[in-house]
Design a protein around this ligand. Structure first.
Ligand code: UDX
Length: 434
């Protein structure tokens, strides 16, 4: 089986490499020639645990190659995956220009017996619209929709051992072809769910939006905990033991970020309205999540008695989540900029040493070590839940700070443990003794 994957971002590159690890012959395509040259030299544009090893192994096995010639790359392909970006436009709708650009470039040369599979997250009806668009060009091929559920920082694992594979198909040919592509996962009894095209497209948005709603919910419960004396971590445990709720995605924090939840919630709400259905819960979740950044800023200012100007504030982590260097929609952007604008002297340590972050916070100082980052700090603010922050030596940090105040937006520590080290400890959804 010959597979072509269009797009070498988080989804396309991980999918292409993993399909080659399944044993298929894979060509990954991108219109960014420099990116392709780097990949041919085994230089990856993203860091994902385990990805580089698999890429090198499968290139050496001759199963994985890279090209910027899309038209050529689809001639022999039995199946073509489109995994290009669908970013949010200003009105919240999904930008499908990259999807259609790829479709138009492959239309004249795609193998007529191939199956064209959209893997990008696209509004309901897009896959069928692409089929009609190709038909108008005189190209009649089978189409399908196969959403990805890859989390940044765990993408290879999520691909190799998914909770489920959703395959939106329109005919037996596409069904048989996709069943063959995912056959290697049968070894792990992975549920393979076949649906119609629209069901598969909506299942992706519904899944992401629900996860966003779950996070928004626990964040608002955290706000209530702070005024009624409850502990949000304990509430989350009590809730999560109910199998109908589940214990995942119940960690209160500064609000969700990333390249998916923010854009997918907006896109779902937008296209639902076009169909005449209102996603009021999703709309409120978006509003609550956006406002949460301001709540976190107020929390920090209050903990510093609104005395920010000239203060040295040590930031622990700025990426949107741990195990990635991605800054897209990170809560830190609004939070840290508010502190900079209030005259704080900002020092940042982020284990990813994200280059994106250095371009965003130009006036900040950068440390290479969590302890150096604390020297003479008037306050420490934890924004990203990097595992290494959980194990820091609080005694060492206590020695280095000028004033013992930790504002932890990720609830990394036990309140009693931090206070026992002489810190004032302000966190999310738990008691704070000023
Ligand atoms: C998400 C979905 O999980 C994945 O299935 C989909 O394919 C792409 O979007 P990702 O955006 O990489 O993946 O990160 P995820 O781990 O889902 O976290 C998203 C945001 O929610 C992050 O900002 C994270 O910090 C936040 N989060 C997550 C919480 O605030 N609390 C939680 O309990 C979990």
């Amino acid at each position: 089986m010959k597979i072509t994957v269009v797009g070498t971002g988080y989804v396309g590159l991980v999918s292409g490499v993993c399909f080659s690890e399944f044993g298929f012959n894979v060509t990954c395509v991108d219109n960014n020639e420099q990116k392709i040259k780097n990949l041919q030299n085994k230089q990856l544009p993203i860091y994902e645990e385990g990805l580089e090893k698999l890429l090198i192994k499968n290139m050496q096995a001759g199963r994985l190659s890279f090209t910027s010639d899309l038209a050529e790359s689809v001639k022999e392909a039995d199946i073509v995956f489109i995994a290009v970006g669908t970013p949010a436009k200003n009105d919240g709708s999904a930008d499908l220009s990259y999807v259609y650009a790829a479709v138009d470039q492959l239309a004249s040369t795609i193998n007529r017996d191939a199956v064209l599979v959209i893997k990008s997250t696209v509004p309901v009806g897009t896959t069928r619209a692409v089929k009609n668009h190709l038909h108008e060009k005189g190209v009649d091929i089978s189409v399908a929709f196969n959403p990805e559920f890859l989390r940044e920082g765990a993408a290879v694992d999520d691909f190799m051992s998914p909770d489920r594979v959703i395959l939106g198909v329109e005919n037996k040919k596409a069904k048989d072809m996709l069943r063959a592509v995912y056959r290697p996962l049968y070894a792990f009894n992975t549920p393979i769910v076949f649906t119609g095209l629209e069901t598969a497209e909506l299942s992706k948005y519904a899944s992401n939006a629900f996860l966003a709603v779950k996070i928004g919910f626990i964040n608002e419960i955290a706000d209530l905990c702070e005024v009624c004396g409850a502990d949000v971590k304990e509430v989350a445990i009590a809730m999560g033991l109910d199998k109908r709720i589940g214990d995942k995605f119940l960690q209160a924090g500064p609000g969700y970020g990333g390249s998916c939840f923010p854009k997918d919630t907006l896109a779902l709400s937008f296209f639902a309205k076009k169909f005449g259905a209102n996603m009021t819960i999703v709309d409120k979740t978006v509003e609550s999540n956006n406002f949460r950044r301001k709540k976190m800023i107020k929390k920090i200012f209050d903990a510093c008695d609104n005395n920010i100007k000239g203060k040295k504030i040590s930031i622990f982590g700025v990426t949107f989540k741990a195990n990635t260097d991605d800054m897209r929609e990170s809560p830190s952007i609004e939070i840290v900029n508010a502190l900079i604008n209030a005259g704080a002297d900002i020092s940042i340590y982020d284990p990813s040493f994200s280059e994106q972050a250095k371009t965003i916070f130009k006036s900040a100082n950068w440390s290479n070590d969590v302890y150096d980052n604390c020297n003479n700090a008037d306050a420490i603010v934890i924004i990203t839940d990097w595992p290494e922050f959980r194990a820091v030596n609080l005694s060492e940090i206590r020695k280095r700070v000028k004033y013992p105040l930790i504002i932890d937006l990720r609830n990394l520590y036990k309140v009693s443990e931090v206070e026992a080290h002489g810190f004032k400890y302000c966190s999310v959804g738990r008691a704070y003794k000023k």
